[in-house]
Design a protein around this ligand. Structure first.
Ligand SMILES: *Cc1c(COP(=O)(O)O)cnc(C)c1O
Ligand code: SF4
Length: 442
């Protein structure tokens, strides 16, 4: 299959859209002017069930929805666009709304950015001791965009929000000097959008440097779901798989972190074949997704998704909670509801699917998992555990919050048992700058 993409300027050419109402088309145009929008022929033809549009989850995952903008923002954009204002005025209005949507990566530009020889390494993030994130500059886009994406600001052309790096050399140097690093995680966007020859310029030097403490090369990608032909028929698919094999030959583990949001993304010959080809290189595929209203807020769907993944040879890894940015109000569900979805799905699958951990917030103090509800000292409480802490010593520690049916993010939680703060609060406040606290930056 040959890749063709659709964005705001050409989405009206999608033949299937001829059957949807003018209101829906208008919403795509209006919301798509503020939040990023991009899809492709594989998603349109294979993943969306057009008989089920507008309710279809894959439609909602890829096409901007009216309610993703607050009514006042929607109305404002509608006016600017329908008045036929020029491009610059539309852009200015969109940027003003974007600034009100907590565009987090703006903060990631400054925080968790490592230094080498007194220079900041933009395009890298080192928050957890063992793992450094790397954002290759050619990998900062995707085969299609998810409407919930927390990386949305980097796709909408607010230039100074981009963080990227061409500095393969500095990456190697940094990893070499930091013996605590066992994992380099390539992320984006989607690194699999890169030509193999570009990906190689980052991975080969890492292998050739023979860094003993580097054990795992991880690649976070949604390509299996949105463009499995990346591993099948793209010009450089075979070269890519050879590169994966060479990672293994160099004695490193290649961990392919696959993003799947819905079981339909695991169906069909293309994705099955692509998974097989990746596994044949000796790589392992681990899977993750946030739990999202309108898309996958159903325990049966999660159980189905994990079972399909295991059947295809993948290992379920994380169930996340939607982050507090962009259209969070549209996709979020309360933590207690997310836990109930997790619990019911987890209870209905066998042990081999239970490698998954969730629901989990990837937030400022660390990766925080909700373990459940309990009662102690006559108080109903929510129980959490730090899977990973910004301070490694916080990991694996439990903590308790007041029962709160509405809380959707850790910042809304109150400590239980009349405590004033969580066990990590004092230290976290010492580490953080006022900006990080104000904007709740990761
Ligand atoms: C999630 C995450 C990682 C990887 O964490 P694992 O638990 O090892 O998968 C690394 N860095 C950051 C900033 C993360 O959010
Ligand atoms: S594939 Fe990942 S980075 Fe790309 S739009 Fe979706 S969530 Fe965002």
């Amino acid at each position: 299959m040959k890749y063709s993409s659709y964005m705001l300027h050409n989405f009206r050419n999608i033949p299937q859209l001829k059957l949807v109402s003018p209101e829906i088309i208008e919403a795509i145009e209006i919301v798509g002017s503020v939040l990023p929008f991009k899809t492709n022929n594989y998603v349109i033809e294979n993943l969306i069930d057009w008989a089920n549009v507008p309710d279809d989850p894959m439609f909602k995952l890829t096409f901007p929805q009216r309610d993703m903008l607050k009514p006042e923002h929607y109305e404002r954009m509608r006016k600017v666009i329908s008045n036929g204002f020029d491009k610059q005025r539309i852009k200015d209005a969109a940027n003003e709304i974007r600034r009100q949507l907590n565009p987090q990566p703006a903060g990631q530009l400054e925080y968790n950015v490592p230094m080498i020889e007194g220079e900041k390494l933009f395009g890298m993030q080192h928050k957890y001791r063992e793992t450094v994130l790397f954002f290759p500059s050619q990998g900062q886009t995707c085969h299609a965009y998810c409407t919930f994406c927390f990386r949305w600001p980097q796709f909408v052309g607010i230039e100074d929000l981009k963080f990227a790096s061409r500095e393969a050399e500095l990456l190697v140097k940094y990893v070499k000097e930091h013996k605590e690093i066992s994992d380099v995680l390539f992320t984006g966007g989607d690194p699999m959008i890169m030509k193999t020859k570009h990906l190689e310029t980052y991975i080969r030097p890492l292998l050739e440097a023979n860094i003993e403490h580097l054990r795992n090369i991880r690649i976070g990608s949604k390509a299996l779901a949105y463009w499995p032909y990346r591993f099948l028929t793209d010009d450089d698919a075979d070269d890519l798989l050879r590169l994966f094999e060479d990672v293994k030959k160099a004695g490193k583990h290649l961990a392919y972190m696959a993003h799947f949001n819905h079981p339909v993304e695991l169906e069909g010959e293309a994705v099955e074949k692509a998974i097989k080809r990746i596994l044949n290189t000796g790589a392992l595929i681990r899977t993750q997704s946030p739990v999202l209203k309108h898309i996958n807020d159903d325990p049966k769907l999660w159980a189905d998704m994990w079972e399909k993944q295991v059947k295809l040879g993948c290992v379920p890894y994380y169930m996340f909670v939607a982050r507090n940015t962009g259209a969070q109000h549209y996709f979020s569900i309360p933590l207690i509801e997310a836990w109930n979805i997790f619990r019911k799905a987890y209870q209905s699958v066998s042990g081999i699917c239970r490698t998954v951990r969730g629901p989990c917030m990837s937030c400022m103090p660390g990766k925080v998992q909700m373990l459940g509800l309990s009662e102690a000292k006559d108080e109903k409480v929510m129980v959490f555990r730090m899977i990973r802490g910004r301070n490694p010593d916080w990991s694996a520690r439990p903590f308790f919050a007041k029962y709160d049916e509405e809380a959707i993010w850790y910042t809304e939680l109150q400590p239980a048992f009349g405590e004033e703060k969580f066990f990590f609060s004092d230290e976290l406040n010492k580490i953080l700058t006022p900006e990080e606290i104000e904007y709740d930056l990761e």
